[in-house]
Design a protein around this ligand. Sequence first.
Ligand code: ANZ
Length: 776
Amino acid sequence: MSLGKYDHKKTEAKWQKKWAKEELYTPDISKAENKFYNLFMFPYLSAEGLHAGHAFSSTGSDIYGRFMRMNGKDVFQPMGYDSFGIHSENYAIKVGEKPRVMLKRTKKHFEGQLKSLGHGYDWTRTVTTSDPNYYRWTQWLFIQMFKAGLAYRKKALVNFCPSCKTVLADEQVVDGQCERCQAEVEKKEMEQWFFKITDYADRLLNGLTRIDWSERVKAAQKNWIGRSAGMQIEFKIQNSKFKIPVFTTRPDTLESATFIATSNKKAAWGKEKPDKFTGKYAINPVNGRELPIWETNYVEESYGTGAIMGVPAYDERDMDFAKKYGIDIVIEELNEGLWEKIEKEGWGKKQTNYHLRDWLVSRQRYWGAPIPMIYCRKHGWVPVPEEELPVLLPDIKNYKPEGTGKGPLANHPEFYNAACPECGGNAKRETDVMDTFVDSSWYFLRYPSVGLNDRHPEGDRKGSRGVGFAFDPEITKNWLPVDLYFGGAEHAVLHLMYARFVTMVLYDLGYLKFEEPFPKFFAHGLMIKDGAKMSKSRGNVVNPDKYISKFGADALRLYLMFVGPMDGSPDFRDTGIEGMRRFIVRVWNLFTDDISQHPGGGRLALSEAEGMNSSGVDVMKSKQHQTIKKVTEDIQKFKYNTAIAAIMELVNTISAAGGGSSDRLKILKDLCLLLAPFAPHLAEEVWHSGLGFKSSVHKSAWPKYDEKYLQADQAVIVVQVNGKLRSQLTISHQSSTIKDEVLRLAKEDEKVKKWLKSGRIKKEIFISGKLVNFVV
Ligand code: ANZ
């Protein structure tokens, strides 16, 4: 057996084919004692293919899955496509194709790319949200919401994107702009479908304390939900029988209130109405002061009561307003006792408000799941009977949005004319479709159950309906919740909030046994190119294909993981990949050289090695065990860059030691195992053709370290700032003598950082192997 020259194309194609054929990454879904559901956010199909940013994040997720598999878990790692929705549809419009036609092509390309990266996905269970087999269950979900009183229609001032020509949810408006196309959003009064997510505000908030998510993402959800405890206080209007209720979080400032402001209704963004004094006054109940009533833009209509008490003395915006219009400024002392007094006197009562609004789910677009509701003059809105699902999205020619307030399906009587499910009379289907975020709010529930009841191919509506389930109860009980969810933080208040809400609803309806779908979520960073976030609109997108072709998927994977921590924002550079390619060839040659020194190949050599005495290889041995420890712990913390650095150091040590002892082969075997999650093809090839194993390296046990070898090579460095002990570093003897390395590590130390912040470093004192002192 021999390895020959390193040929990434041959090696990678060979293993990808074998893995697929042997279904290496397809767990037995009926067994779940040892399950690990490793989920990565599925992509939108809003471009021709993936960019390097996707490769970066999906590799990060894949490495963790491979690591868990080698640690004895039955890993389920599925992949799918979030293919319905405005993002895909806008792209189809741009390239001048029907969404269906475009998706056929782009989906294939995405899949090819994901496969060429060597990810361990279970390709036998994929989800495509625009597939009727899937969206019939999205429609089912809508109906469950409706039946539970959680889906309703309401006329409201809503966000309208003039470019996408549809309404949007609050969460899709970022700084007043459409999340998809960055157009300035307008406010319009329209009747729409909403999901009552506000009923779950408290649970969404409280649940955050029980899940392992980064503080940043939890804070984003917390702020978005925006619970504030305060009071509703009623102010009598002078010479009138009416009162104005205001919401305040600061009743203790009531004595300093000098005006009342109400929302300047119908003010649209960009077209603000001028502030106006109404000529009326309200009376401050605590001191009888007359408070002028103003209408202004800065009071939001839909928050609290849509009116405030102006307290210029304690509130900056109120102060600005008072100054502008010459309103009195009165400063009374804060009075905590007012909380009680206001209630006792009957001026107001305690109230908790939320910033969270109900989720607007209807869209006046074509490319989405039709909302499965029928309007009958007699019976109002009636859900489509579940056995008639899916309501198929018809193939129409003019699918572009028109901005008339209705979706393109409203031009198709053959679609919307229907019989009322209650009385059989003439009725009309809803012609709006659902927001994509409804599709993705439950896809993780579907994956393990894919293939179990796919009996509804598009077009075949006869005899293919009736029984079935969105997700199999038994399998769902065994495989969910998701063990690790890996994805972008930009979905903090969108997808991640919606999925939690939908899960809670399904829990309440008895379909699920858990309330939190993602007990552990890791938010990866975003890849940068030339200093800016990689994105299509900036035109700085890097296509991974050419790098895979030129250097190999393993080189690209290692490079992407090495450039920085997984939650950072690494900059993509060509030169780095070339360097990584050289490293791979070095590793390859290391195996080739060693193995060639053992006639009969590595496998034989390994068995000979059992029981041999290990003297003479102490340095290497301690390095080996230190590396295992470091790589294991770093992967657990998603610090793949430092794990790879440790593997590189091990390679250096092995190369420097030279020679072909049998112990050395054992060390090489561990090196191969450590490399497996990062460079899966290379490791598999070495494992089989070099070391002679029959089963896959990816199903082999992760190496274990032995404490007794760890100590040998450790030095403790004392770190001082201005002569005071601030921290200690435990590093290898070898590194402890390298000044630059020690200084770098000392400066990165959290405890030291704190002390260095206060000033500039004037002097760096270094005593090799012992001490660092920073003078600041
Ligand atoms: C008097 C006061 C004095 C206030 C003070 C604040 C500071 P959060 O925490 O966001 O709930 N407010 C109430 N309704 C509003 C609306 N519809 N549009 C704009 N502002 C509104 O903020 C609650 C505070 O924001 C309330 O407490 C109210 O101003 C204002 F020193 O009342 B406060």
